[in-house]
Design a protein around this ligand. Structure first.
Ligand SMILES: Cc1cc2nc3c(=O)[nH]c(=O)nc-3n(C[C@H](O)[C@H](O)[C@H](O)COP(=O)(O)OP(=O)(O)OC[C@H]3O[C@@H](n4cnc5c(N)ncnc54)[C@H](O)[C@@H]3O)c2cc1C
Length: 441
C-alpha cells in the first residue's frame, strides 16, 4: 500500500489542504487502504470537480478513485451497465453513444466520475423529465468503514442507499455501480434559443417548456434593470429525426486559466447586456446529441483567485417570488454574478441530503472578491426564507444550522452515518464544516 503527501485543491480554487493520498489500482485494495487510515479519517475523491471542500481532507487521507474505472459488463437488451466508480461520464458517453445509448441524466459537463456524480446525486438539463442520477442507478456496492462491502439500492438496504447517494462520501465508498443506460430516441436534437424579456415572460414560457422540451436551461442576465429582472436566453432541445448539417469545424475542448481581471471584465454588466441584445430573438439548429451534451467542457474557465458557486432549489410555488427577490438584489448590488443559470426539476430528490425539489434550480457563480462571502451568506438566508435548499455539492459557506432548517431528512442522514460509520472514518473538510459540534455515536 503506497501513500504520499500532496496538496489537494478544489475546482473553485477557494479551498485546499495537504493530505496523505493513495490511489488504489483495484477495488479489492480499498479495504486494505482503509485499515491504514489515521485519526483525521479519509475521503474519496473522483475528478475533484466539486467547487469547494467536498473532496478535501486537510491533515487527513484522500483516496483518488480514477484508476478504478473498469467496465465489468454491459447488457445491450436492458441497457444495464456495471462498472467501477472512477469511470468518467464522458467516457460512458463516448463508448455507448455510438451504440445508441445515453445516460438518463444529462449534466452540462462529462468530466466527473460516476462515483462523484452519484455521491452528489447530480441533475441535468433534463431534470424536469428524468430527475437526478440516482433514479437510474439499480444498485451500488459500498465499502464501509470496517472494510466490508454491502450492496444497496432503493429496495435493498435503502437507508444506506439514501445516505450514500448525495452523501458526499461521508458514509462509505461506492466501489461498483449498476446503472441503466437509456436507448437514445434519435441521434440528433433540435436546439432552440429565444430571448425572454423578463421574469414573468420566462416563468410563463417555462410552464409549456416543462411539458414539451427534452432539455432546458436559461442563461439569466443578472445585470438587467429592475423592470427587466429575469431577462435572459432560454435554450431548449428536443430529439428529432431531422438530419444535422455536416460541419467541417468544431471547437476544440480547451481548458483556460484566464487572469482574474479578464474574467472580471467578462462578468461586467455591459458585456451581459451585449450578449442579451446580440442574441437572435429566436434561433434553431439541429445538432448531434453528443455535441449538444457537456457544453461546459467546450471551454473550461478558471479564475486564479477562486470561484464560488451557489446553487439553490425552490419549489414550483415559491420559485418565482424567490428568484425575483434574488435577481433584484443582484441587480441592485455591485456584486455581479459571472454566470446565472436556471433549470427545471421534476420531483423531490430521494437522497437524505438531496437539495432538489419539484420546481426550479438557480445556479450562480461569482468570482471571489471583497465582501462576497457576506453577500452570499445573505443570499443563503434569503433562500431559507423561501424554503429553498442550497445544494451541498458546490457549497462553500453553509453551516450546520442551515442544514437543520433546509434539510428535512438530516436526522435520517446522521442516524445512517452513526450506524455505518460511528467512528467517522470517512470525513472531510466539508464534513467537519457542516457537522461541527454534532455528536458521534
Ligand atoms: C463544469 C461543471 C459542471 C457541472 N455541472 C453540473 C450539472 O449539470 N449538474 C449537477 O448536478 N452538478 C454539476 N456539477 C457538479 C458536479 O456534478 C459534482 O461536483 C460532482 O460531485 C463532481 O464529481 P467528481 O467526480 O469530480 O467528484 P469529486 O469532486 O472528486 O467529489 C465530490 C464528492 O463525491 C464524493 N465521491 C467521489 N467519488 C466517490 C465514491 N466512489 N464513493 C463515494 N463518494 C464519492 C467525494 O467524497 C466528494 O464528497 C458541475 C461541476 C462542474 C465543475
Amino acid at each position: 500500500m503506497h501513500w504520499y503527501e500532496m496538496k489537494v485543491g478544489s475546482r473553485g480554487q477557494t479551498n485546499s489542504g495537504v493530505s496523505q493520498v493513495c490511489r488504489p489500482e483495484r477495488v479489492a485494495d480499498i479495504a486494505k487502504y482503509l485499515e491504514q487510515v489515521g485519526k483525521n479519517g479519509i475521503i474519496v475523491r473522483g475528478s475533484g470537480c466539486s467547487y469547494a471542500d467536498q473532496a478535501l481532507n486537510s491533515d487527513g487521507a484522500v483516496m483518488l478513485s480514477k484508476r478504478l474505472d473498469c467496465i465489468r459488463s454491459f447488457d445491450a437488451h436492458t441497457g444495464e451497465l456495471i462498472c467501477e466508480p472512477g469511470i468518467m461520464l464522458k467516457t460512458i458517453t463516448e463508448i455507448y453513444a455510438p451504440q445508441g445509448f445515453m445516460l438518463a441524466t444529462a449534466p452540462d459537463s462529462g468530466q466527473y466520475t460516476l462515483g462523484g456524480a452519484i455521491a452528489a446525486n447530480i441533475i441535468g438539463l433534463n431534470g424536469h423529465k428524468r430527475m437526478s442520477l440516482a433514479k437510474s442507478v439499480n444498485w451500488i456496492d459500498v465499502v464501509l468503514a470496517d472494510g466490508t462491502t454491502v450492496r444497496a439500492s432503493e429496495k435493498e438496504n435503502d437507508t444506506l442507499f439514501k445516505a450514500i447517494v448525495g452523501g458526499q462520501g461521508l458514509v462509505g465508498i461506492i466501489s461498483l455501480v449498476s446503472i441503466t443506460l437509456l436507448k437514445r430516441p434519435q441521434e440528433n436534437v433540435l436546439v432552440e434559443k429565444r430571448r425572454v424579456a423578463n421574469l414573468d415572460e420566462l416563468m410563463n414560457t417555462l410552464k409549456s417548456v416543462r411539458k414539451t422540451a427534452d432539455f432546458c436551461s436559461v442563461w439569466i442576465d443578472t445585470s438587467a434593470k429592475p423592470d427587466a429582472v429575469g431577462r435572459g436566453i432560454l435554450k431548449t432541445a428536443v430529439f428529432t429525426k431531422e438530419i444535422a448539417p455536416v460541419s467541417s469545424f468544431s471547437l476544440p475542448k480547451i481548458k483556460m486559466m484566464l487572469p482574474h481581471l479578464a474574467l472580471h471584465v467578462a462578468s461586467m454588466p455591459l458585456l451581459k447586456n451585449l450578449r442579451y441584445r446580440m442574441a437572435a430573438k429566436e434561433s434553431a439548429k439541429i445538432e448531434p446529441y453528443e455535441k449538444f451534451l457537456y457544453s461546459s467542457d467546450t471551454v473550461r474557465v478558471f479564475s486564479t483567485k477562486g470561484i464560488y458557486q451557489l446553487q439553490i432549489s425552490f419549489s414550483e410555488a415559491e420559485g418565482p417570488q424567490a428568484i425575483r427577490r434574488i435577481l433584484t438584489e443582484l441587480a441592485q448590488t455591485r456584486i455581479d454574478a459571472c454566470r446565472a443559470e436556471l433549470t427545471l426539476t421534476k420531483e423531490d430528490s430521494i437522497s437524505y441530503l438531496g437539495s432538489v425539489v419539484r420546481g426550479y434550480t438557480l445556479c450562480l457563480d461569482f468570482f471571489r472578491r471583497k465582501g462576497l462571502e457576506d453577500f452570499l451568506k445573505h443570499l443563503i438566508m434569503v433562500a431559507g426564507e423561501h424554503n429553498g435548499r442550497v445544494s451541498l455539492q458546490d457549497d462553500a459557506l453553509l453551516e450546520h444550522r442551515h442544514l437543520v432548517t433546509m434539510y428535512k431528512n438530516l436526522e435520517k442522514f446522521v442516524k445512517a452515518r452513526n450506524t455505518f460509520d460511528p467512528q467517522r472514518k470517512f470525513d472531510s473538510d466539508f464534513g467537519r464544516r457542516l457537522f461541527a459540534g454534532e455528536k458521534k455515536a
